[in-house]
Design a protein around this ligand. Structure first.
Ligand code: NAG
Ligand code: NAG
Ligand code: NAG
Ligand code: NAG
Length: 362
């Protein structure tokens, strides 16, 4: 009896400790869905109700969303995956290249600090969820939404007609806000802290940028495409366009004062009154230089990274290697070349060897 009770309390204790370790890395834990198959395993389970609680790192409003609509978890996974892949593309030439782990910390300890990089991660993943959800609505994959038919069949003043499937971005925006903002809203209510303010602002910036890039797509109908009738619909761009726009925002991100209260304010006496735009990315902490590995901070450093000797940008050997210098390796490529068409009918080629210099940071 005594022993049994003890086993039980041990189990409870273990789950509390597990809960605490999750909460200590709560910044963005749902992002874990982007690198794992948890999302799809929930929807294939017979009892999604209980499996929603087994997804690590979700806060209760997120579990609620998962319960009500298990298939939406696929959108979250897909959105996070889109965001992470795009982050790695956008930062492929930078010292910090958006490295991810395979465990639930995803970006490691990088997210602990409220840097510009953290700002970008929040914005791109929030936009990723908007994109994945909205496209899912249009594909008819979700029960709660479909194409936006609010103007369907109406004529525009310019003469064309609303037709096709307009992407239902309002649903995507709502869903991203409900799910992605939930952990911040929860801690926000129990005491405002600057990181919640920062994360919420950047989540919203990601959504605003996605919405702003909606565009009109049209198709012509009529005899041999004469365009006697034109139908148009509103469409989200490919995710790359959103990534490009957010990378530009990252370059111009705004430092905010740590003691910003309700609303974030710019750092510095003279700039304080200059308003922050809703689509600006904001940050609290200065970024480290990401040059040297620092396991504690989750930084890999740039030793061994490929650099470009002739570039003047961030991928130049000078900048990427932080002035440490680089190693040069000659790599020989063999390829088919000087190909000729021989009558009839084959192609004759020579083999060519090209030497390419490869530079890696010391
Ligand atoms: C996650 O993975 C990284 C690198 O693979 C490792 O350094 C870190 O300790 C891991 N964290 C946890 C909580 O397992
Ligand atoms: C819709 O669902 C199908 C089948 O599960 C999947 O292959 C497709 O990628 C989904 N489309 C979108 C846009 O989510
Ligand atoms: C980022 O850089 C590290 C070396 O610092 C490398 O091992 C890793 O493959 C790179 N990741 C990506 C996604 O390019
Ligand atoms: C290196 O940079 C130059 C100048 O920006 C560019 O033309 C070239 O394609 C780059 N090389 C590689 C291998 O990326």
């Amino acid at each position: 009896m005594e022993r049994k009770r003890c086993e039980q309390c041990q189990r409870i204790l273990v789950s509390i400790i597990w809960g605490l370790t999750l909460f200590s890395v709560v910044d963005g834990t749902w992002m874990y869905l982007g690198i794992s198959a948890v999302g799809s395993s929930v929807t294939t389970q017979e009892d999604p109700d209980s499996s929603c609680t087994e997804v690590p790192g979700l806060v209760s409003p997120q579990i609620e969303v998962c319960r009500k609509n298990p298939e939406s978890l696929l959108c979250i996974s897909e959105g996070a995956r889109l965001g992470i892949t795009e982050c790695q593309y956008q930062f492929r030439n930078e010292r910090w290249n958006c490295t991810t782990n395979t465990n639930y910390t995803v970006f490691g300890d990088v997210l602990r600090k409220g840097t510009r990089e953290t700002a970008f991660i929040y914005a791109i993943l929030s936009a990723g969820v908007v994109h994945a959800t909205t496209k899912s609505c249009s594909a008819g994959n979700l029960t709660d939404c479909s194409c936006d038919m609010s103007h369907y069949g109406e004529h525009d003043v310019e003469g064309w007609k609303w037709g096709g499937c307009s992407d239902n971005i309002q649903y995507g925006l709502w869903f991203s806000k409900t799910f992605v903002d939930a952990p911040e809203v929860m801690t926000h209510e129990s005491g405002r802290n600057i990181r919640n303010t920062m994360n919420l602002h950047n989540n919203e910036a990601g959504r605003i940028v996605a919405e702003r890039l909606m565009s009109l797509k049209c198709r012509c109908h009529g005899v041999s495409g004469s365009c006697a009738v034109k139908t148009c619909w509103r469409s989200l761009p490919i995710f790359r366009d959103i990534g490009d726009a957010l990378k530009d925002k990252y370059e111009l991100s705004v430092p905010i004062a740590r003691r910003s209260k309700r609303r974030p304010r710019r750092k510095g006496k003279t700039k304080r009154r200059q308003p922050i735009k809703t689509d600006d990315l904001i940050y609290v902490h200065k970024s480290p230089n990401y040059c040297r590995p620092n396991e504690k901070k989750g930084i890999l450093g740039t030793v061994g990274r490929l650099c470009n000797k002739t570039s003047l940008g961030s991928d130049s050997c000078d900048l990427l290697c932080c002035g440490r210098g680089y190693n040069t390796q000659i790599v020989t490529y063999v390829s088919r070349c000087h190909c000729k068409f021989v009558w009839c009918c084959h192609v004759q080629c020579k083999t060519c060897q090209t030497m390419i210099e490869k530079h890696t940071c010391k």
